[in-house]
Design a protein around this ligand. Sequence first.
Ligand code: PNS
Length: 153
Amino acid sequence: MRRVVCPGSFDPVHKGHLEIIMRAAGLFDEVVVAVSTNPAKQYRFPEEVRLEMIGESLSGISGVTVQPMGHGLLAEYCKRIGADAIIKGLRGSTDYSFETPMAAMNRHLTGVETVFLHGEGPYQHVSSTLIKEVASLGGDVSSFVPKAVLQRL
Ligand code: PNS
């Protein structure tokens, strides 16, 4: 049984995230979408709403579960739930530069591997930050977020 963790704050989840989660579900027996909340960060949506939006967007997809990550290290969380790997989507070189030191650190901490999927196609430029900014100024983000998010934005 191969379990992988797809971590993030998902504030809010968008179609780029969902594409990576679906592709991960094709590679692993179980994908745990782990929703992080950092007390030092300000979120647009509270944790329970972020969990709800992902749950609604992925309902009926077998092999995918959604959980709060709780506080502490991602590497320790993976160890605790028996995950073999962390999965991340990479949109480009900026993501690569940001993610690779974390992958090395996580491997150093508990041995957990990180698997990167290349984020292709129509969601390459999409981020939660951009979605929030465009939506707050009245722009149309309906192509980039699931219904569960659009109705709450
Ligand atoms: O969606 P985000 O906010 O970019 O997600 C970042 C996340 C949750 C992957 C990252 O903040 C994280 O790993 N947090 C847990 C704390 C931790 O393990 N820090 C050390 C990383 S090497």
